[in-house]
Design a protein. Structure first.
Length: 338
């Protein structure tokens, strides 16, 4: 196996020059750089990436914190992040917090221990003050969660406006009593969506339903369970705003089984434009987030900070959302499912 000394001898250059080329350092002429690269290719020499990382004190690794990988939104998001990171020569490790504050803090310790170069957080389980302490150890980018006081880049859609538009859409299509099925009262996403939801109700003179019943909705299973709870305790509800297409699909599945017609008896809107929203019968109206573009921007911002240094300042990167209208909110019989 060829060594760095073999490359130096083959190229007719010093070991120091070869090392400079391998580590992409300045002050090496183009002629010498080409000679080293040609020698490496001829000898089949592969640099020791682990040693390079130790010298540069970089791991070339990004940690992405997310609640659960089984959620299709986060599944697609992480896939796009991995693809973008590989373009920069970085790898991604997936850290599931399962919505547990302690678990989130454990993963943040990776940054303090220099086991990763930076962290992308797609959710927040602790208050920002807890997370902010880790900025002394490396860069953090927030994705999906918008904390206006956080001195970091934030990549998101306008959750408040999206929730407002979703609620207005339900009202315009005939809903007069609306359930807000959003899990996670402590999340910043929930707080922003709740603001938009209540703003829409207030403008239309509709009173919100005051109950903790809807706060546990997170997936298909809870969507199914909430259908029966709503039928038992709030049978007059004729509109549902679900925090994900998973929830909406679970709700609709049970409604169809029980003979409750969607959208004739109850309107349902989801969030994220997951594949299940198009496959359900009826198809689900939803809010689309450009997850690929958001994921790519998060990785770019983080890598730039790792490579070039970072300043503790708040900067927002807001991406457009889109309301995708389908059968679950339209009482027009001629609407073609998308």
């Amino acid at each position: 196996m060829a060594t760095i000394e073999d490359v130096a001898k083959f190229a007719g250059l010093s070991r120091t020059t070869v090392s400079r080329v391998i580590n992409d350092q300045p002050y090496v002429s183009e002629d010498k750089r080409v000679r080293v690269e040609d020698a490496m290719k001829a000898l089949g020499y592969v640099p020791n990436s682990s040693a390079r990382r130790l010298r540069s004190q970089k791991t070339e690794t990004i940690a992405v914190l997310l609640p659960r990988i089984t959620n299709p939104f986060f599944n697609h998001l992480i896939e796009s992040m991995e693809m973008k990171a590989s373009e920069w020569g970085y790898q991604v490790i997936i850290c599931q917090t399962h919505n547990l504050p302690d678990k989130e803090r454990d993963y943040l310790e990776l940054l303090r221990k220099k086991q990763v170069d930076g962290i992308i957080m797609t959710s927040l389980e602790n208050e920002w003050e807890v997370v902010e302490e880790y900025l002394q150890s490396g860069p953090i980018v927030l994705c999906n969660e918008n904390v206006s006081t956080a001195p970091v880049p934030v990549v998101h859609i306008d959750q408040e406006q999206a929730a407002y538009e979703a609620t207005i859409h339900l009202i315009e299509n005939g809903a007069s009593e609306i359930a807000f099925l959003q899990g996670g009262h402590d999340s910043y996403v929930f707080r922003d969506r709740e603001k938009g939801f209540l703003k829409a109700l207030n403008e239309q003179g509709i009173s919100p339903i005051e109950t903790e019943l809807f706060s546990s909705a997170v997936d298909v299973k809870s969507g199914r369970e909430l259908f029966h709870q709503i039928q038992a305790h709030y049978p007059s509800i004729n509109g549902v705003f679900a925090g994900s297409d998973e929830m909406a699909a679970g709700f609709i599945y049970e409604a169809v089984k029980a003979g409750v017609k969607v959208p004739e008896d109850i309107l349902v809107i989801g969030f994220d434009n997951q594949a299940i929203s198009m496959l359900m019968n009826p198809s689900i109206t939803t809010i689309e987030q450009p997850f690929q573009k958001m994921a790519g921007r998060c990785v770019e911002l983080l890598v730039q900070q790792v490579e070039q240094g970072y300043n503790l300042k708040h900067e927002e990167h807001v991406f457009p959302h889109r309301l995708q209208s389908r059968v679950s909110t339209s009482r027009q019989s001629n609407l073609v499912p998308l």
